[in-house]
Design a protein around this ligand. Structure first.
Ligand code: ATP
Ligand code: PRP
Ligand code: MG
Length: 283
């Protein structure tokens, strides 16, 4: 049976559970359940702190897990990223009071407060910077106000927490994080039964979220022009219409492009342009 770790709380928990449900797996019905069996798919889910997930996967006690890229790197556990799941996106950045630091180089010799000492230590070593890392559990934005540190290094999503604390970012992000699927090894020979199916299903959810199905009618003599705008993933479906000289076209397009493409199709004479959501895919 495949054993998979899922965040039990925090920013990644709800979207991870939602994604697994969309992929057809059974998930816990109560936030306090820490285990959920899915006998139909021969999978068992364990709900754990996202910070601990890389440790369980790295030790081989669990086969796969969903966690944040920043948490995986911070743990130093021997687990690898298998797939980017495209949610829980955040940057990991240095921040300080305005005007105190002009560049990352000036972190040298300062005190840096963070809940991610692994990520920060690695960055400092790589950039040949010496700084004292003050390890805190959370609310690190307060560390400067309280005199514990000169700089913080933390997760920034909207930037609202930094603004409220009167801090500004310094330098480029140390890393760009998102939720990822992790495993112990990338070698197909080490894969347990059910792994390939899980990967295909999660990939299916990602594609279903990223694309919509676009359908429209167009005069046959404009077909080449129209399908140049909607090439689809392999090729668009073209069907005859009862109306002489017209065809119906169907193709997947990226959700972020759909309004531009609809406008351009209308401009060249396409009509009855319809968009529908895709519930699931296997490409
Ligand atoms: N706005 C956000 N705040 C915190 N973490 C976020 C945010 N957006 C994405 N993440 C990611 O979520 C993971 C942190 O999850 P975790 O559950 O440890 O923290 P949390 O949501 O801050 O909860 P808690 O502070 O209660 O531990 C990291 O991988 C981080 O990059
Ligand atoms: O850029 P923003 O959208 O404001 O989000 C980032 C903030 O959210 C997280 O804090 P959280 O609420 O998890 O509290 P914590 O510091 O106690 O972990 C993170 O540590 C930042 O402080
Ligand atoms: Mg937090």
């Amino acid at each position: 049976m495949l054993r998979i770790a899922v965040p039990n709380k925090g920013a990644l928990s709800r979207p991870a559970i939602e994604m697994l449900r969309e992929a057809g797996y059974r998930q816990r019905g109560d936030d306090r359940d820490l285990v959920c069996q899915d006998p139909a798919n021969d999978v068992e889910f364990f709900y754990l702190r996202p910070r601990d997930i890389a440790v369980y996967v790295g030790s081989g006690d669990l086969d796969l897990g969903i966690t944040g890229r920043d948490l995986l790197l911070d743990s130093g556990a021997p687990a690898t990223e298998i797939m980017d799941l495209s949610f829980g996106k955040a940057q990991f950045r240095f921040a300080a009071r305005p005007e105190t630091l002009q560049s990352v180089a000036e972190i040298d010799g300062r005190r840096v407060a963070t809940a991610f000492p692994g990520v920060v230590g690695h960055y400092l070593a790589e950039n040949d910077l010496k700084a004292t890392v003050v390890r805190l559990d959370g609310a690190v934005e307060n560390a400067i106000r309280l005199g514990v540190a000169d700089v913080i290094a933390d997760v920034v999503e909207t930037g609202a927490t930094l603004r409220q604390a009167g801090l500004v970012t310094v330098g480029e992000p140390l890393l760009v994080s998102s939720a990822i699927l992790i495993g112990r090894s990338l070698a197909p020979a080490d894969e347990k039964p059910g792994t390939a199916q899980l990967l295909r299903r999660l990939q299916g959810v990602l594609v279903a979220r990223r694309y919509v199905m676009l359908a429209y009618d167009v005069r046959a003599d404009l077909l080449e022009q129209a399908t140049a705008l909607t090439p689809g993933i392999e090729s668009p479906t073209v069907s005859p219409l009862h109306r002489e000289g017209w065809v119906a076209v169907q193709a997947m397009v990226q959700r972020t492009d759909m309004h531009r493409i609809m406008d351009e199709l209308y401009e060249i004479g396409a009509r009855a342009i319809l968009v529908t959501d895709i519930a699931a895919t296997r490409l």
